[in-house]
Ligand binder design. Structure first.
Ligand code: 9MR
Ligand code: 9MR
Length: 600
């Protein structure tokens, strides 16, 4: 048994894994000597990546499933850390998944609910170790949340809060030019403004309002839906001693930046703070290209309005004066958007008035109905003013979509359906029913899928898609109490943590096989082999691989396996704030809901 563990090379193991593994070996040797006389499992040949497990672990009294690829036996067993079988099961029907080109069978061990460290054996193969406990996701909640600290702009990271990931001061963003595309009479092209703080968007060093919108909303919701959990957690931030929960400190860091993106004169919001083009793979403090705010747009302005309105509700009780300012800014943004209701964003791709062309991320969108709906709901919930109700017409949407940066109407739906006060019974019911429609559809897909997951299409950031599906499902569970909604949501977490067609746990520093060469400039330039921990990579995405590592590098014929752990692979191996946010949301909500509803 131990030889299987040792066969894994150190170079594929992150620091966290090494420490965890060392602890486990110690535990096993102590435990092993006590129960050494018990019967041992026989014929275990090889640790296989083909038993796809949630590599972090499972909740003791919830659904527990692994996926076994091309199983060589119809039976499986659960083996404890003393190498004894503790549970035997029969695999569910083997199904072929055309998205991965694999035959897969589910091993369901939900009936086994004793805490401990286990592996799954099938035929002569065995999986890596995983945990079964009441709290397998607590550490994940913290590391996924802390990733935002590591991506902060306008700061240094000192070793006492960042350990080996410390870095020098970078991106003050106090000298930012109003780009010609954003010029107005009170702020002509070249005006210097200050837009400090915020998080780097992803593997790049730019800050985009649209993407900050959904990311910040999702973190705020994580807090609002699980405040008890977050009030008890801390992850060593510089602000950890200030009596404010760490997640709220982190959210404030970004909201401060968002505030600075509004033109105080007219209320319009610039699309992004950016360098003219993507910087090289250098450390933050070496990425010193001039910074600009670029063109105002309807999507950025409405997303800003939604997030600031929601933040004002969040901070109303503890920071009333600040909350009032946020609401004023949100309403002012709304007024700008009401007049400028169709201003799309597009990169200014030619030099203008002595300013360079801009080629960084687009986050462009042409349809603003969803942004209007979202902003109206948040403004209505924050103010109670009927004028915002006029924009709330649930019937306008034929279909509410799983949220993404470009599709935000369902964020409003979640806010409306979870509001305890200030929403009419009719609106509350209408919005809950719409969530139920999406949840039913996802649950149907989940029931029949070979991997028992809700994802079947792989677009850029597919890992966030399955987690955003989960966010809808868990909210439907919160409203209707249908246990299958919880289980389908949980399968999304299982998926990103390893029960998927690549065998990767897609969160850096977690699990037995996790991404090492992420497309993340700070990780690439810090001289530390392991990437910054707690980051979710984009995941399989067959559509956009052309320009990065070349098509031939990918398994193009199998979308669900079209993933590459290489630095060049921004189409599959980048990280982003809007992808990590649903990881924070899901890990915290699934964990807290479990402790509240299922723990016996
Ligand atoms: O590093 C950039 C990444 O953050 C973006 O998501 C991606 C797509 O817009 O672009 C990356 O930058 C690449 C650029 O588009 C083309 N030249 C190589 C750059 C770094 O790999
Ligand atoms: O997540 C974005 C994806 O939906 C788009 O298809 C893609 C190309 O425009 O851009 C992605 O966002 C990137 C952004 O433009 C720049 N920072 C990195 C983001 C993640 O790759």
């Amino acid at each position: 048994m131990i030889s299987g563990v040792e066969s894994e090379t150190k170079s594929t193991m992150s620091m966290g894994n090494i420490i965890r593994r060392a602890r486990l070996l110690l535990l096993m040797s102590v435990f092993g000597s006590i129960v050494g006389c018990m019967v041992k499992s026989q014929n275990i040949e090889q640790v296989t990546p083909d038993i796809r497990i949630n590599q972090i672990g499972y909740l003791q009294h919830a659904k527990k499933q692994a996926a076994i690829v091309e199983p060589t036996s119809n039976n499986f067993s659960l083996i404890n850390s003393s190498n004894e079988p503790v549970f035997e099961g029969v695999l569910l029907e083997t199904k072929y998944w055309n998205k991965s080109g694999e035959k897969v069978a589910i091993a369901d061990f939900s009936a086994f609910n004793e805490s401990g460290t286990y592996r799954i054996q099938c035929g002569e193969t065995i999986s890596h170790f995983f945990e079964i406990s009441h709290t397998p996701y607590l550490e994940l909640v913290k590391s996924a949340s802390k990733s935002y600290y590591y991506n902060r702009a306008s700061t240094s990271l000192d070793p006492s809060h960042s350990g080996i990931y410390h870095r020098g001061y970078a991106h003050p963003d106090t000298l930012v030019y109003v780009h010609a595309s954003a010029a107005s009479s009170s702020r002509p092209a070249g005006t210097v403004i200050s837009t400090p703080y915020g998080w780097y968007d992803a593997g790049d060093y730019n800050k985009y309002v649209v993407n900050s919108g959904i990311a910040t909303y999702t973190l705020i919701s994580a807090y609002q839906h699980n405040s008890g959990l977050f009030d008890s957690l801390t992850w060593n931030l510089p602000e950890s001693d200030n009596q404010v929960p760490d997640l709220l400190d982190e959210i404030m860091w970004n909201v401060r930046w968002m505030e600075s993106m509004q033109d105080p004169e007219d209320g319009g919001v610039y699309h992004k703070t950016t360098s003219a083009s993507f910087e090289n793979f250098v450390s933050p403090s070496e990425a010193t290209g001039e910074r600009y705010v670029v063109a105002k747009g309807t999507a950025a302005t409405l997303d800003f309005a939604a997030v600031l309105a929601k933040s004002s509700v969040l901070f109303r009780a503890t920071h009333p004066a600040y909350a009032a300012q946020l609401l004023e800014k949100a309403e002012k943004a709304w007024r700008w958007a009401s007049v400028n209701s169709r201003v799309p964003f597009e990169n200014p791709n030619v030099a203008m008035a002595g300013h360079p062309a801009i080629s960084t991320g687009g986050y462009g969108d042409l349809d603003f109905r969803d942004e209007f709906f979202w902003a109206s709901t948040e403004l209505y919930l924050a103010t109670g003013r009927d004028i915002y109700m006029e924009g709330i017409t649930i019937d306008d949407f034929q279909i509410f979509r799983v949220p993404s940066w470009a599709s935000v109407e369902t964020l409003g739906l979640i806010s409306l359906s979870s509001a305890r006060m200030g929403v009419s019974e009719k609106l509350n019911k209408q919005s809950s029913d719409q969530l139920m429609v999406i949840a039913d559809r996802l649950t149907n897909d989940w029931r029949t899928a070979p991997y028992k997951i809700t994802l079947d299409e792989f677009t850029w950031g597919s890992n966030s898609e399955i987690l955003n599906q989960g966010m809808v499902l868990i909210n439907a569970y919160r409203l209707f109490g249908n246990r299958e909604f919880y289980e389908a949501a949980l399968s999304g977490l299982d998926y990103v943590l390893g029960r998927n067609a690549t065998g990767y746990c897609f969160v850096t520093g977690e699990g037995s096989l996790s991404p090492q060469k992420v497309h993340h400039r700070p990780s690439a330039s810090d001289g530390v082999e392991a990437p910054v921990p707690g980051m979710l990579v984009g995941g399989p995405n067959p559509r956009n691989v052309n320009d990065d590592c070349g098509r031939q590098a990918y398994m193009m014929s199998h979308p669900a396996r079209c993933y590459l752990d290489e630095e060049c692979s921004y189409s599959t191996n980048e990280v982003a704030i809007n992808w990590n946010a649903p990881l924070v949301y899901m890990s915290s909500t699934l964990q807290a809901t479990y402790l509240h509803d299922f723990k016996l």
